[in-house]
Design a protein around this ligand. Structure first.
Ligand code: MG
Length: 337
């Protein structure tokens, strides 16, 4: 199997601010596996929250060989050979996993949603994310997001109520809130009560990941569902956090790709947790990959490509907020013509 990679800088339409910091661009790595003249594409979108960056990924890739991935093997055998090469860097595992799933789908003429038994070209509704910003800019962003029926609002700032009031001046559409670990228990209790009166659907990661017992205390009194993001990296976390949350946010770049994400979906259902699919700032390669699992879940926040101005790929589309999967085998993504 042949392998190559390239790096790419995704430019954001607006500076994107969350409780942890701001960014104007995101560096990603695209990887390609080729067999019998057919190429599968994958993507690593590393995050500093998990101590990963493009420089370390490229450094690692340059030390790797891929001759031991069995040409005639099954997809699981390919993944078992390739994923450990990432050395624990989950975004790089994801890149390998996506490229091999895409290649497998193309070689076997099956779309990944069919491969995972999703059996629908329609995913669920995705939210559109509004980062932390000044009031005027938030108002402008909400108006710009008019075609999205569902908003996700980043909180965990010093002026969370003003942000929500600003949004409610402009629109009454349902809102999901992501505090990105920005509150403590007392703030969380007050905010969840206050937000519950303002057409908010749920709250994502209200408290720091280390404050799991406090999160469980908040859950006992919160009128809103709590969804784990920073507390839920992969399927191993699910049994430990299920007592503190009502649901989990699965992201490919955290868990290491589609195979593990699918495992998380099954395990979350066993624990009666709601399931959301989330993303980083990513191209349509990784967003479309996650979208192939979206018919299997409750909520999606797959807008990382829409937040950028130079996505080089076409893949999943959003129509009236609904994710519409591409036709075609594998991921079904193509470079812009
Ligand atoms: Mg989040």
């Amino acid at each position: 199997m042949e392998f190559h990679y390239s790096t790419y800088r995704l430019e954001l339409k607006h500076t994107f601010t969350i409780a942890r910091g701001s960014e104007d661009a995101a560096d990603i790595v695209l990887v390609y596996f080729t067999k019998d003249g057919i190429t599968g594409v994958g993507e690593a979108a590393p995050s500093d929250r998990y101590d990963e960056d493009c420089f370390s990924i490229v450094k690692r890739i340059n030390r790797l060989t891929f001759d031991d991935i069995p040409d005639g093997g099954t997809l699981d055998e390919w993944l078992d050979a390739a994923l450990p090469k990432a050395g624990g860097m989950r975004s790089l595992e994801t890149a390998f996993d996506l490229a091999l799933h895409d290649l497998y789908g193309k070689l076997n003429d099956i779309s990944l949603s069919d491969y995972f038994g999703a059996n629908s070209k329609k995913g669920c509704m995705t939210s559109f994310t509004i980062g932390i910003d000044e009031k005027d800019k938030i108002r402008a962003k909400v108006l710009e997001a008019e075609q999205y029926p569902l908003l996700k609002i980043k909180l965990g700032s010093d002026y969370d109520r003003e942000i929500i009031n600003t949004i409610r001046d402009v629109t009454d559409k349902p809102v999901r809130v992501d505090a990105n670990e920005g509150w403590n228990l007392e703030q969380g209790k007050k905010m969840c009560d206050w937000l519950a009166q303002r057409n908010v659907e749920f709250v994502e990661q209200p408290l720091p990941a280390d404050d799991l017992d406090d999160t469980a205390r908040l859950r006992e009194v919160s009128p809103l569902e709590l969804i784990a993001d920073e507390n839920c990296i992969d399927s191993k976390n699910i049994p430990d956090i299920a007592y503190a949350f009502d649901g989990i946010n699965i992201k490919l770049m955290k868990c290491g790709g589609l195979r593990e994400a699918h495992r998380m979906i099954q395990m979350a259902k066993e624990h009666e947790l709601k399931i959301m699919l989330g993303c980083m700032v990513e191209t349509s390669v990784a967003i479309t990959a996650a979208a192939h699992l979206s018919p299997l879940v409750d909520y999606a926040d797959l807008d990382g490509n829409i937040l950028t101005s130079n996505d080089p790929f076409d893949g999943v589309k959003v129509e009236d907020g609904m994710l519409i999967l591409p036709d075609g085998p594998g991921l079904g993504v193509e470079l812009h013509r």
